[in-house]
Design a protein around this ligand. Structure first.
Ligand code: SF4
Length: 286
């Protein structure tokens, strides 16, 4: 069985920057401790557990607003996929120190949405329910409607003169295009900006090309990572390769390698390189 590493893969610049900011803060005596992580900094449990071992207190729950209200001192670190304006307001009101690791791509989309809202548009936002980025953008705003890939768009009834359609940064570009074309038929005057980030696009395109060459594609990534799940989805949708999403080498025994002669390995934008190396080492031993 031949093994190939697909490129590009792994940490994107947004994840690298978030991890570096937190590591720097941990070493900086001027940063007030403890450091609270408000939701997972990036979507990978190995990365999060590593920070827990370094003393970071990870707060997870249904509402980041409620979690924030439990903090009285220290420093709060905000996740790479952003938070709502309400979170910034609470931080300011409570005079809490914070480090913002929001990726510039997420900021850019949030800014675009705010501009369109000011111009009187109703926003149709394609995202994943309960994802931090979606939660941050929607933020209980009645002028933003969340649509998901599972929604029946034929039954979407909206009565707005001006509609603007955009999306979460880690959705599949192909899905965004399909949804836009459906919406365009329903709302001919709809405006559109595709906001999938370049790191996601490059990884998706690479996995599609690899899926045309190899029998099996293995995506190493956390089940909570949207870009990892999308890598598997685009591979299954656009190629004939078999595709599996695994957390680590420990999941390899769940894969059926019968008739597999070539394997392409890729990983999500929040997957550490050592997890991929462990998968490759284990495959070589098979
Ligand atoms: S996946 Fe894209 S939007 Fe998310 S952190 Fe990475 S570069 Fe930023």
């Amino acid at each position: 069985m031949e093994i190939f590493e697909i490129k590009p893969q792994g940490f994107c610049f947004g994840v690298v920057s978030a991890i570096n900011l937190l590591n720097k803060a941990l070493k900086d005596p001027l940063i007030q401790k403890p450091i609270y992580m408000l939701g997972d900094l990036v979507h990978n449990k190995y990365v999060i557990n590593d920070f827990k071992e370094k003393g970071v207190i990870v707060l997870n729950g249904d509402s980041r607003e409620k979690l924030l209200n439990t903090i009285i001192d220290g420093t709060v670190i905000l996740t790479a996929h952003g938070v709502s304006d309400k979170i910034y307001q609470i931080l300011e009101a409570k005079k809490l120190k914070y480090i913002d690791t929001t990726c510039p791509n997420v900021f850019k989309t949030a800014k675009l949405i705010k501009e369109k809202l000011q111009d009187g548009y109703h926003i149709l936002y394609l995202g994943v329910k309960n994802h931090p980025e979606t939660e941050g953008v929607i933020s209980n705003n009645n002028n933003i409607t969340l649509i998901t890939l599972q929604d029946d768009l034929d039954n979407l009834n909206l009565n707005y003169q001006k509609i603007f359609f955009t999306n979460q940064t880690t959705i599949s570009t192909h899905e965004v295009e399909i949804v836009y074309n459906k919406l365009k038929q329903k709302f001919p005057n709809i405006l559109y900006s595709e906001e999938v980030c370049s790191a996601t696009k490059l990884r998706q395109n690479a996995v599609i090309e690899a899926g045309k060459l190899y029998d099996l594609i293995i995506v190493v990534g956390d089940k909570s990572s949207n870009n990892s799940k999308e890598l598997k989805n685009v591979c299954l949708k656009h190629t004939n390769a078999k595709c599996e999403l695994i957390d680590s080498y420990k999941d390899l025994n769940s894969i059926d390698f019968l008739n597999i002669t070539s394997v392409g390995i890729t990983s999500g934008a929040s997957t550490p390189k050592y997890l991929v190396d462990e998968v490759i080492d284990s495959l070589k031993k098979l």
